[in-house]
Design a protein around this ligand. Structure first.
Ligand SMILES: O=C[C@H](O)[C@H](O)COP(=O)(O)O
Ligand SMILES: C=C(OP(=O)(O)O)C(=O)O
Length: 372
């Protein structure tokens, strides 16, 4: 793909000159990246991966609409920083998902872009070497290769859509997408969601507003037209038809959890008032756990209790889990294989316990519904 530098002439200053007639706060420096078409040609969707993605999308749609009475569980690392650890996790999760498949519809978080509150590592896609030297071309290739392997294991994949350019490179591998708390009010992200071929969860805003997530669902359900790139990297008008499969994800806010019965009822009222279906997902991490991975397991059990008591609006749960509990600071000490470098995650053993409990809760809900 032609770089911004080559479009504007050599050197980082040339774009500054092109874009501005006065002072600007930054400078543009760029390097070449593959077009979506080139990367998809290099790492094509295999038949096995395509089957896994279409089955994953159908499964998530059916669970979210209530046509399938299982519970959607979106679980996995806060972020992938080490492909081998991501794959080791995927293999274990694939086995657990198969064991619990009668009750749970498991989707793995393969999050390769991280939105930051201020600054920090922004994910595998931008900085795959974790050294502060962004290399998006390598990051996109690494992310796509990893996602292909996970899909070929038969495990549906979830990711957060952050860069509006990323779906052209990765969307064919994703069964469930999220628009995060920091971007749910962004028109660009709502437009993006309106054209994505998978269910998309709209997180409540970072200060706790569920209303902005409801607005996002309404916006993404409508058709849009916006400036984007085609497979060859040419600017085009992208026209979307609207995404009918968007839903709220309750993720709480700082000091303000929203996973309890009264929060679910209040979100359902907001959805009903907007003439939207009331099914939703609850994220047991982030503002609902205060980013404490031990607390996350307790929150998940409370959500399980609501499900066991018969709540049918809770259609899914999100969990942040990795192989080793907690988190490690990037660049401090020996790296720990399978431990998060972003938010603290539940370890594998705790994840197995929580998923088994959620399966039992879902089974009880189904039994109550069947026997009245
Ligand atoms: O899920 C991950 C984090 O919560 C998100 O990227 C924000 O992290 P930060 O507040 O550490 O920047
Ligand atoms: C960043 C995330 O979530 P939120 O947008 O809720 O902070 C996430 O799930 O990784």
């Amino acid at each position: 793909m032609q770089s911004l530098d080559t479009l504007a002439g050599e050197g980082p200053d040339s774009l500054v000159e092109q874009f501005s007639s006065g002072d600007v706060g930054g400078q543009y420096r760029t390097h070449l990246a593959s077009t979506p078409g080139e990367l998809l040609g290099e790492l094509p969707l295999t038949e096995a991966a395509a089957g896994s993605v279409s089955a994953g999308r159908l499964m998530t749609r059916r669970v979210l609409s209530g046509d399938d009475d299982r519970l959607l569980v979106v679980v996995g690392p806060c972020s992938i920083h080490d492909v081998n650890a991501g794959l080791a996790y995927a293999r274990s999760l694939g086995e657990l998902a198969a064991e619990l498949a009668d009750d749970l519809a498991v989707v793995m978080r393969v999050y390769v872009e991280k939105p930051r509150t201020t600054v920090g590592w922004t994910g595998l896609l931008a900085d795959p070497a974790l050294d502060g030297n962004p290399d998006l071309d390598r990051g996109l290739r690494t992310a796509r290769a990893l996602m292909l392997e996970v899909a070929e294991l038969g495990l549906p994949i979830a990711t957060e859509w952050l860069s509006p350019a990323a779906p052209a490179y990765l969307a064919d591998l994703i069964s469930w997408g999220a628009i995060g708390a920091r971007t749910v009010e962004s028109q660009v992200h709502r437009q993006l969601a309106s054209g994505l071929p998978m269910p998309v969860g709209m997180k409540n805003g970072s200060t706790g507003s569920v209303g902005v997530a409801v607005d996002a669902i309404r916006s993404a359900a409508a058709p849009h037209a916006y400036l984007g790139l085609d497979r060859d990297g040419r600017p085009v008008t992208l026209r979307t038809s609207g995404n009918p499969d968007c839903h709220v994800v309750l993720r709480g806010a700082s000091g303000q959890p929203n996973y309890r019965t009264e929060n679910v009822r209040s979100a359902a009222r907001l959805l009903s008032a907007a003439s939207l279906p009331t099914g939703l997902v609850i994220d047991a991490s982030h503002g609902n756990s205060g980013k404490d991975h031990d607390q996350q397991a307790l929150v998940a059990r409370e959500i399980g209790a609501q499900i066991a008591a018969g709540d049918t609006d809770i259609r899914g749960v999100m969990l942040e889990g990795f192989l080793i509990p907690g988190r490690q600071e990037l660049g401090v000490g020996e790296p720990v294989f399978g431990q998060s470098i972003t938010d603290a995650c539940m370890g594998w053993d705790a994840t197995v316990d929580v998923l088994r409990d959620l399966a039992a809760a879902t089974r009880r809900r189904a039994l109550t519904a069947a026997t009245g």
